[in-house]
Structure formats: structure tokens, C-alpha cells
Design a protein around this ligand. Structure first.
Ligand code: ATP
Ligand code: MG
Length: 433
């Protein structure tokens, strides 16, 4: 036998046993987005490398070490997208979506980062992202947080996530704070690990979320970001907190929360869970009022977030025991004997036309009635319909309830869709449409 080829490390297949849960989560996402009046946008998976370098920042972890970058046949440097905001802003500028107007956009799709694969961290993963343009005030920041909270409730994970909130101020305020932090850390060089030492010159604010306990203890005495905030950012943050208090969203202010990407200003937030081990951040976002201009557009405020679908699916599996995922088949159609194939096809198609939401699977691989009934059981269908030679002649079909051991019965072929409509109507709303 030829040698088999395996998938690329950190890039997972989503198998048929897993897709129902993914689809369930994705449906909740779509419904939540639409209930807030957000529009879907779809961007390419590959973009020119300088887009990410300019948007995310040259010295961020993502750009420095996590991008899948390659040259195309013309020698142009391209990258698989590591996140969606840069591409979304690029598309918005390119198609004139951002100038003098408001946009509430969302997307869902694959992202790629060259990281060490582990639970909740992969090289190809999926994000749902939201980006809102043209609304500078804190009400929209609050709306985004409310939207995520509603989605957590829909997914049954709300009790298992907490909201961390911070303001990182204007670029200017952050520059001042950055200097104060560097001055402070210069006096503690002995306790900094190599990673922190490197960041001291490249991206000192990231030292604040170092996992190193010794570093964290010293940081407790470091200058506080909020003492450096500009008045406008301070007021924006106060307004956001007041709104969240008013609508009953609980949050924890975490002055060490700075987020990994350079483009943020003012609000940053993360939803974190204790239930997934080290990869506990399920959603992160914030405001990025300078990004559109930085990428060549007219100055436009922006705010958004991204959530990791793998982590959400893991969390739902972990904590939500109430989901009853539907089997993929409702009715299994069995047929055997001379001249039964065409009537079986015709019947299956007629049912699908009349009751489009009913899932009908037709036996296509022959076999005895016994064998076909086994397949019907395995499909998860509730009902089997059976067509044999006698049924074709008498224009009838046999119905067998696969869940309850009741007697099978015959009904006229013309009455079968009415029968199915009645049988399934309780559980499938709008079956007849
Ligand atoms: P982390 O600190 O876990 O590396 P991050 O700050 O790099 O996260 P973001 O860039 O903010 O992550 O992406 C938003 C969300 O996407 C994260 O909160 C997480 O849920 C998910 N995510 C990020 N990287 C990965 C990955 N490699 N595999 C799976 N999910 C990921
Ligand atoms: Mg990361």
C-alpha cells in the first residue's frame, strides 16, 4: 500500500460527529449577529504581507513569529491571514464602506498562526469577528459587550466566563506610560526573563501580561496605566463602565490587560474562562480609532472583537450538558424488489419538495429488507418508509416507527406527505413551508 499523507500539524479536520455541534454554535452566532442588525462580510484568506505588518505592528508576536508567509510565483510576499481586522479594514477602504458612514460588520472563518499546537491553540483555527466603524462613543463599546454576553447566554456558557476590562488610552498617553514602565523595569533587570528583556525594547506593555510569577510580583509596584490616561480616554472609560453597570454586566477592571496587537486605543476587553486550562481567553477586542487612517483611509473610528470558535466549542462541550443535537436524518426510505427503485426515488423527491425541512435519506445500495432496516436504525431516523413490489402495485407505502416498537402500517402513497407533516409537526416548526 502507498504511504499515507497526514494533515499538517495544528490543522484539524472537523469530522462528521463534530460538525453538528459546530453548526449549532455557528447558528447561534448568525442569529445573534442578525438580532443586533450586523451585516456579514467575507474577506480573502490571503492578503499582501505588508497589510498585516502595517496593521498589527512589526514587533508584535503575531507578525514577528506567527505568520504563514510565502512568495507567490511573481515574488510578491503574501500571508495567510492571522486575524480578520486588517483585511476587514482593507476591504472597507477599498470599497468605500467606511467614509462618512456607520458600519456594523461581522465575519467568520479560518485564521492561521504558526504557534505550538496544544489544546485550544492551533495553526489553523476559526474566529468570529465583529468590526464597527464610524461610531466614536462608548455606547457602541457597550453594545459589543452586550452582544457577546447575549451569545454566551445562548450558548449556555455565560456562568463560566468573566469580563476583563481596561482602557489603554491614547497613543500619546501610552507613549508616556511606556516610558515610565521602561524606567521602572530598568531598575529590575535582574528579575526579567529573556522574553521580557526582548520586549523591553520592542513592546514593553506586553510585559504586563507576562506569565512569569516573579515578574508579576514586581509589576505590582510598577506605575499604573490609569494614572497616565488622557482626559478623553478617561471619560470614555467612565461612560462605558456606567453603561455596563446600568445594564447589569459585571466586569473586572484589569490594568494589566493590554492585548497583543498594536492598533488598540481606549477600550480593551477579554472574556476569559477558568474551564479550559491555559488557553482561557475565548474572546478579545477593543477600540482602534487610528487603524483606518494608518492603512490609508480617512480617519474613522473603529471598535471590534474576535472570538476563537475552537475554544468556544470546547467550552460548550465542557459546561453545557443540555444540548440535544439533532440526528441528521428524519426519515429513511427502504425499497427492495423488482421495479421499486424509480418509485422510491420519486417518493423521496416528492417528500423533499413538499416538506423541505424534513431530512430524507434514500437507501441507494440495495440489500435485503433486513440489511436496509439496519441502515435505517444507524441513520438515526425516527421513521422508515418501505416500498416493496406489493406496495408499488397497490400504490401504498409501509411506515415503521423505528423508536417505538409499534406495529408497522400501510397507507396510501398519496397520503404520505400529510402523514409525515402531522407526525413531525410538533417538533419541526414550519415543516410544511
Ligand atoms: P492568546 O493570548 O490565547 O494567544 P491572542 O491574544 O493571540 O490569544 P487574539 O489575537 O485576540 O488572540 O484572537 C482572538 C481569539 O482568537 C482569542 O481570544 C482566542 O479565542 C482565539 N485564538 C487566538 N489564537 C488562537 C489559536 N492559535 N488557536 C485557537 N484559537 C486562537
Ligand atoms: Mg496569541
Amino acid at each position: 500500500m502507498a504511504k499515507t499523507i497526514q494533515a499538517i500539524r495544528g490543522m484539524n479536520d472537523c469530522l462528521p460527529v463534530e460538525t453538528p455541534l459546530w453548526q449549532w454554535v455557528e447558528d447561534k452566532v448568525r442569529n445573534t449577529m442578525s438580532s443586533y442588525g450586523y451585516n456579514e462580510i467575507r474577506m480573502p484568506i490571503v492578503e499582501k504581507t505588508p497589510l498585516f505588518a502595517r496593521a498589527i505592528g512589526e514587533v508584535t508576536d503575531v507578525v514577528e513569529k506567527e505568520m504563514f508567509t510565502f512568495e507567490d510565483r511573481d515574488g510578491e510576499s503574501l500571508s495567510l491571514r492571522p486575524e480578520g481586522t486588517a483585511g476587514c479594514v482593507r476591504a472597507g477602504i477599498e470599497h468605500g464602506l467606511l467614509y462618512n458612514q456607520e458600519q456594523r460588520l461581522w465575519y467568520m472563518g479560518s485564521m492561521f498562526r504558526y504557534e505550538r499546537p496544544q489544546k485550544g491553540r492551533y495553526r489553523q483555527f476559526h474566529q468570529v469577528g465583529v468590526e464597527v466603524f464610524g461610531i466614536p462613543n462608548a455606547e457602541i463599546d457597550a453594545e459589543l459587550i452586550l452582544l457577546t454576553a447575549r451569545l454566551w447566554k445562548e450558548l449556555g456558557i455565560f456562568e463560566h466566563v468573566t469580563l476583563q476590562l481596561n482602557s489603554i488610552g491614547s497613543l500619546e498617553a501610552r507613549k508616556n506610560y511606556r516610558q515610565a514602565l521602561v524606567d521602572f523595569l530598568q531598575n529590575h533587570l535582574d528579575i526579567l526573563d529573556d522574553d521580557c528583556k526582548r520586549r523591553l525594547t520592542t513592546n514593553p506593555l506586553r510585559i504586563l501580561d507576562s506569565k512569569n510569577q516573579v515578574v508579576q510580583e514586581v509589576l505590582n509596584n510598577a506605575p499604573k496605566l490609569h494614572d497616565y490616561l488622557d482626559d478623553e480616554s478617561r471619560e470614555h472609560f467612565r461612560h462605558l463602565c456606567t453603561l455596563l453597570d446600568a445594564v447589569g454586566i459585571r466586569y473586572e477592571i484589569n490594568q494589566k490587560l493590554v492585548r497583543g496587537l498594536d492598533y488598540y486605543n481606549k477600550t480593551v476587553f477579554e472574556w476569559v474562562t477558568q474551564s479550559l486550562g491555559a488557553q482561557g481567553t475565548v474572546c478579545g477586542g477593543g477600540r482602534y480609532d487610528g487603524l483606518v487612517e494608518q492603512l490609508g483611509g480617512h480617519a474613522t473610528s473603529g471598535v471590534g472583537f474576535a472570538m476563537g470558535l475552537e475554544r468556544l466549542v470546547l467550552l460548550v462541550q465542557e459546561v453545557n450538558k443540555t444540548i440535544d443535537l439533532q440526528k441528521t436524518v428524519d426519515v429513511y426510505l427502504i425499497h427492495s424488489g423488482q421495479n421499486t427503485t424509480t418509485p422510491a426515488f420519486e417518493l423521496a423527491e416528492r417528500i423533499r419538495s413538499t416538506l423541505p425541512r424534513l431530512r430524507v435519506q434514500l437507501n441507494c445500495s440495495g440489500g435485503s429488507f433486513k440489511k436496509q432496516f439496519k441502515r435505517a436504525d444507524k441513520s438515526g431516523a425516527k421513521l422508515a418508509l418501505v416500498i416493496g413490489e406489493a406496495e408499488v402495485q397497490q400504490q401504498q407505502v409501509i411506515i415503521k416507527d423505528l423508536l417505538n416498537d409499534t406495529e408497522q402500517r400501510s397507507i396510501e402513497l398519496t397520503k404520505i406527505t400529510d402523514y409525515l407533516r402531522n407526525y413531525f409537526n410538533g417538533e419541526k416548526n414550519g415543516l410544511q413551508c
